[in-house]
Ligand binder design. Structure first.
Ligand code: GRF
Length: 219
């Protein structure tokens, strides 16, 4: 039974999706704790209501990033995690912290990496005029929003889309893809070789959520 610790900063809808899938599908794992850097993160209430240990390490109480990271690391390690899941956790982590969880920390980023790392990904996608947008679950490495890609979901950008409409459609994909990727991890199905992740036995490491019917190809 693998221990999963989930870090959130806000509403925690991806955390909720993982908690629900873990219970419904009876994974060989359990969500041991949900921790936040913000005392007002609304997702903490959901976790507590589901009998999951919760905790807050308030970044505002620490003078520097290293001090916060050390405290957060202690809080996480108290739950003996096999996997740390970043789910809307809005803090940049020190390389030391990332190294400590190397190979056992996942993140979801709302873009088709390596395009659009960082913030405001939906606006970045619209301004670039891309026709597909998406989300990526990846292993966390010291470089922000990089790291071996586990699973990607793509959707088509529609005329009139706004950052908000893209975020809403994409969140539905995230709630399918993140539990799937976490499940693969707890089932020991992920292999990383030369920075490339494969799932064994193989199954598609992508999802398509197209709104518009395929237009056909013409020249
Ligand atoms: C998601 O869009 C995720 O991709 C990004 O932050 C958002 C978190 O949403 N990293 P929630 O807190 O899981 O509802």
């Amino acid at each position: 039974m693998k221990n999963i610790v989930i870090l959130i900063s806000g509403r925690g809808s991806n955390m909720e999706a993982i908690v629900r899938a873990c219970a419904a599908e009876q994974w060989p794992g359990r969500v041991a704790a949900v921790l936040s850097n913000r005392p007002d993160a609304s997702g903490l209430a959901f976790a507590a209501e589901h009998g999951i240990a919760t905790g807050v390490v308030d970044h505002k109480q620490y003078p520097d990033r290293a001090g916060f990271d050390a405290a957060m690391r202690n809080a996480i390690d108290a739950h003996q995690p096999d996997l740390v899941v970043l789910a809307g956790f809005m803090r940049i982590l020190t390389p030391e912290f990332v190294e400590h969880y190397a190979g056992r920390m996942l993140n979801i980023h709302p873009s088709l990496l390596p395009s659009f790392p960082g913030l405001h990904t939906h606006r970045q996608a619209l301004e670039a005029g891309v026709k597909f947008h998406g989300a990526t679950v990846h292993f966390v490495t010291p470089e922000l929003d990089h790291g071996p890609i586990v699973l990607q979901a793509a959707l088509d950008v529609l005329p009139g889309d706004t950052p908000e409409s893209l975020a809403t459609r994409l969140l539905d994909c995230e709630h399918v893809m993140y539990p799937r990727a976490v499940r693969w991890f707890v089932e020991d199905r992920l292999q990383v070789r030369d920075g490339v992740v494969q799932v064994q036995p193989a199954e598609p490491q992508w999802l398509l959520a197209l709104s518009a019917p395929a237009a056909g190809i013409s020249q």
